[in-house]
Write a new protein. Structure first.
Length: 317
């Protein structure tokens, strides 16, 4: 019996465990630790139309129960990815590859979505409107409800692939933004991206990160992420990819019970490169011990109606 098999936004997955963009490279960097084909899908490092060197200065800072990153979407650009990386992924990966796309302006989002649509190995698109550590684009789109809706609408026009919109937690009404992007054609939502934070070097008496602010991730953000997944699952009728501090089976189970249909491991890989495969085994054991036929049975179970209404909305389509 396959306890973990699931359909997420039209993608048939052997299990609902993915990587979080920016924490797993382009899908092959962890091969020395485990076969990435053990995952349900590989969500690759963010892509932009042009090559980006990322932010200058210090880009990573450890924090209690997590880390700050201000990498700034460093990547080789879509041209290099198309010519050099995509053929390698086509050869090595049997699981779906999901591209995380980014832009400084609306036209760049449209351009890279069109390019991603034409690359065979890419089976789904994560529309990143929530990166907090770039000065242009990113969170500027996700924090503005009208712009979040507009960029989703325009990208939806140029791709038929499953469209997963990545929401920013740095807003006052994430459920409202979720409803807007759902109405504009999102097939699923991923949440949360990192929380905006900073660190100060007390010896230099200056901000530690070169970009001043960075994205906080790791166990410290899990309670916020769980709250937002719970809220959004009460507001929409599309599946959620939950992330934010997941490093154990228990963490993953909390996200499923809050309303996620799939989960992503991100910062957890840095502490334990085998986190995803250990979570996978743990979920299989949990299903067997609790006499579940599939992990989907506990999605949104923490809700007042045991999640029945939400599961009916997303699994009966």
């Amino acid at each position: 019996m396959n306890f973990l098999k699931t359909n997420f936004a039209g993608l048939n997955l052997e299990n609902p465990i993915m990587t979080a963009s920016g924490c797993f490279g382009f899908g092959l960097e962890y091969k020395d630790y485990f076969d990435p084909n053990e995952l349900g899908a590989v969500l690759i490092k963010g892509l932009t139309p042009e090559q980006r060197d990322g932010n200058y200065g210090i880009r990573i800072a450890e924090t209690p129960a997590g880390m700050l990153n201000s990498v700034g979407l460093e990547n080789p650009g879509i041209d290099y990815f198309e010519k050099e990386t995509a053929p390698l992924l086509e050869k090595e990966l049997k699981v779906p590859v999901i591209a995380n796309i980014n832009g400084k302006i609306l036209e760049e989002y449209i351009e890279i979505a069109e390019r991603a649509e034409a690359i065979d190995v890419i089976k789904g698109i994560e529309l990143n409107i929530s990166c907090p550590n770039v000065k242009d684009g990113g969170m500027a789109f996700g924090a503005n409800p009208d712009m979040a809706a507009k960029v989703t609408r325009e990208v939806r026009k140029v791709t038929k692939k499953p469209l997963i919109v990545k929401l920013s937690p740095n807003v006052t009404d994430i459920a409202g933004i979720a409803r807007l992007v759902e109405a504009e054609g999102a097939d699923a939502l991923s949440l949360i991206n990192t929380l905006l934070g900073m660190s100060i070097d007390i010896n230099k008496k200056k901000p530690l990160l070169g970009n001043i602010f960075g994205g906080l991730s790791g166990p410290a953000v899990k309670p916020v992420a769980l709250r937002m997944v719970y809220q959004v699952s009460n507001a929409v009728s599309i599946p959620l990819l939950g992330m934010g501090g997941i490093s154990t089976t228990e963490d993953a189970l909390e996200f499923f019970m809050a309303g996620a249909s799939a989960i992503s491991v991100g910062t957890g890989f840095f502490q334990n490169p085998l986190a995803a495969v250990q979570i996978k085994k743990g979920l299989i054991d949990y299903c067997a011990e609790n006499k579940l036929s599939n992990i989907n049975e506990i999605v949104a179970y923490a809700h007042t109606d045991d999640g029945a209404a939400y599961r009916k909305r997303i699994f009966s389509k």
